[in-house]
Design a protein around this ligand. Structure first.
Ligand code: UDX
Length: 436
């Protein structure tokens, strides 16, 4: 691929990362084939029916499908043959002991080996355990029916749900882990149009960068949650504390929002995987163990707050739940603290009515015994308590005086510190946030 020439790419696995990667590569002027074995999903994608809610994604999918730079297909081998850059973006779920399950990555590697017809750069974008780039290389090498040149590189993504498209187009950095100069040159040209620091390193370090970054951010969240708990005990306001800490550039303001703990498809899974990876190599990563413990405890603490404010029990009481997604601006409920909290409340015999602007369809698959409401007002009607669990903007601007009239009780547990305690208390609520 010469300078300014479009790269021929295929992206295997059309989950969050794959779909965003394919659509953005096409939007950068390359050609991209997004492949998935799920026929129904591919049929829907061809009709621009996007299975996830992601700002700006639908627009670039539509635009590039029309231009012909983006294609959807179920034929992995054909896509591999027609492409020079093969991105692997299949899921690597946690197995029962916390290790990343590489079954799907291995399958894809074998399929790639069958289809290789000329030089390919195979790019591991899934978060895979350290050493996986070499593993993919070995599998392809072993399965090749005739000799062909190829390189495998690690190119971890740092996409956040809700801002994935802009994170792809304007990343904080591009990390390329490769041993081959040829592959490095090709990857560099592929990302030519993106203005970001480029870090070229060995594959193992690239893989480690991804785990270390996510684990560090998760540590920041657990740290501020632990500080929030101390703040509650001593009577400080964690938001003031976080602000005061953030001014120190070495600390920064980001990821110091206390809440019900971190969730999503990455932080919990990647922390567990790093922990078990370290353990497998004989290192006890006590700090990370603590990060995960604080996270679980944080969810329990929200439940305990609701219980305490309702006089010691939630049994038989109606609680209105606002927010089910693991964070705002996404419909994703994977490892959502809200879902864990709802399950704990159900186990304790509470009656729940829940509302989320985007995540109800996904939450329905996870929860049984919850009433799903069409609006926040419907969710809190006749409730004894309201638990605000996801920081959707719309929850900040609700008519809380109206809610107060509609509710049977007057308890608000604001797990995201979205509301102004003074205003809320003045309306007549008993309010508790986190760490204030
Ligand atoms: C994360 C990483 O940010 C991204 O780089 C990586 O590629 C995938 O994992 P994402 O899972 O989309 O992205 O969510 P993120 O915005 O990082 O939030 C993760 C969790 O931490 C959420 O549950 C969020 O609510 C929580 N969080 C985050 C806090 O509780 N407090 C904070 O200050 C920040």
């Amino acid at each position: 691929m010469a300078r300014d020439e479009a790269g021929k790419c295929c992206v295997i696995g059309t989950g969050y990362v794959g779909l965003v990667t394919g659509a953005c590569l096409a939007d950068l002027g390359h050609s991209a084939i997004c492949v998935d074995k799920d026929k129904e999903k591919i049929e829907q994608l061809k009709k621009v029916k996007i299975p996830i809610f992601e700002v700006g994604l639908e627009e670039i999918v539509r635009k590039n499908l029309k231009k012909g730079t983006l294609e959807f297909s179920t034929d992995i081998e054909d896509a591999v043959r027609r492409s020079e850059f093969i991105f692997i973006t299949v899921p690597t779920p946690s197995d029962s002991s916390g290790n990343a399950d590489l079954t799907q990555v291995d399958d894809v590697a074998r399929t790639i080996a069958r289809a290789i017809n000329e030089y390919k750069v195979v790019i591991n974008k899934s978060t895979v355990p350290v050493g996986s780039t070499k593993r993919v290389e070995r599998i392809i090498q072993e399965q090749l029916s005739e000799p062909h040149e190829f390189d495998v590189v690690s190119n971890p993504e740092f996409l956040r749900e809700g801002t994935a498209v802009s994170d792809f187009m304007k990343p904080s950095r591009i990390v390329i882990g490769a041993d081959s100069q040829k592959a490095i040159m090709k990857m560099t040209r592929l990302y030519d149009k993106i203005d970001a620091p480029l870090l070229i390193t060995d594959p193992v370090s690239a893989e480690m960068i991804k785990y270390a970054s996510n684990a560090f951010l998760a540590t920041k969240v657990s740290f501020i949650n632990a500080i929030a708990n101390v703040c509650e005990a001593v009577g400080a306001d964690v938001r003031e504390v976080a602000l005061g800490m953030g001014y120190d550039e070495r600390i920064g303001f980001e990821f110091l929002r206390p809440g019900p703990g971190f969730g999503g498809s990455c932080f919990p899974k990647d922390c567990r995987a790093l922990l078990s990876m370290a353990e497998a190599h004989g290192y006890n990563f006590y700090l990370l163990e603590g990060v995960l413990k604080v996270n679980e405890e944080q969810q329990r603490k929200i439940v305990e707050k609701v219980e305490r404010l309702l006089g010691g029990t939630v049994q038989g009481k109606k609680i209105g739940i606002l927010g089910l997604a693991f964070k705002a601006n996404t419909d994703d409920v994977r490892e959502s603290p809200a879902i864990f909290i709802v399950r704990m409340l159900l186990e304790k015999g509470a009656r729940l009515s829940a509302y989320d602007p985007k995540a109800v369809a996904n939450a329905r698959k996870e929860l049984e015994g919850v009433d799903f409401a069409e609006s926040p007002y419907e969710a809190v009607k006749d409730a004894e308590a309201l638990a605000l669990l996801t920081e959707w903007d719309e929850f900040k601007w609700l008519d809380y005086a109206r809610i107060n009239k509609q509710m049977k009780g007057n308890v608000i547990v604001d797990a995201r510190n979205c509301l102004d305690p003074a205003v809320i208390r003045k309306i007549g609520f008993v309010y508790e946030g986190v760490g204030r």
